[in-house]
Design a protein around this ligand. Sequence first.
Ligand code: NAP
Length: 281
Amino acid sequence: MTEKLILDGARVAGEIKERLKERVEALAAKGTIPCLATILVGDDPASETYVRMKGNACKQLGMDSRRIHLDAGTSTEELIQLIRQLNDDPLVHGILLQHPVPHQIDERAAFESIGIDKDVDGVTTLGFAQNAFGYAAYPSCTPAAIIAILDYYQIPMEGKHAVVVGRSPILGKPVSLMLLNRNATVTICHSKTTNLPELLREGDIVVAAVGRPKFIQGDWIREGAVVLDAGYNEGNVGDVDYDACLTRASAITPVPAGVGPVTIAMLLKHTIDAAEKAAGR
Ligand code: NAP
């Protein structure tokens, strides 16, 4: 049996955060504390946990976080007004609107109201387009995390066939474009794809971004494939059947401690980048 490489997201995130800490200290010495504003609308327990984790991660690095918790009945107009205030607030460097928002809110309109300079989660159409062109300041954090993991382990993308399952605007689509920009040949699959197992078996790199627990089966991937599982489902389960895929994969991210921690590290990085830019360096 060939040796398996477990792509350790906790380790990758730890190293990134060590470097970020130095940048936060340098900024603080000159009077700027990078600040991430998180907006949670309603009382979804999973979203509350995500927002708390992001706030705690800021604290760990010596950054500020401003947690804004809005009533579940908030209107689109009220939310946009708040986002505009944060856009204008010089003490805030990044804005994260926790997805999903209650159904009465036009989520797209709310995302679009985030200023491009503070769109540290890469949710605006302008940020997406810049990412597609390969020069986004802040690509979506989970796609950025997937690329960061591949880079950390020096896994080549150029000339490889990457098969991405999922085409959401925050995950499947942007990661596909980022892989394309790194000269992979990319196949994007979705719920209407008819021959998913055959397509997946062509993948040198497989990205699972489906939102269905243990969806990717072991015999759907080719021997030696690199498997990145962005999924995060109830009970700490990914979108990949980990044990089954491990037997064929050459490298694989676990869930938890795979893509998740690196996603948070990317959010912190983007906020620090934005703070440095705002401080003029
Ligand atoms: P999403 O918006 O629900 O998108 C899911 C995608 O999967 C859609 O494009 C959908 O296709 C596709 N899909 C659904 N069923 C399928 C099937 N049977 N065969 C092939 N494709 C199928 O989800 P998301 O926001 O991208 O999130 C995906 C996963 O990543 C979730 O598990 C989520 O929890 C996780 N996530 C993790 C992080 C992190 O930090 N690790 C961050 C964000 C999300 P259609 O477009 O045709 O509907």
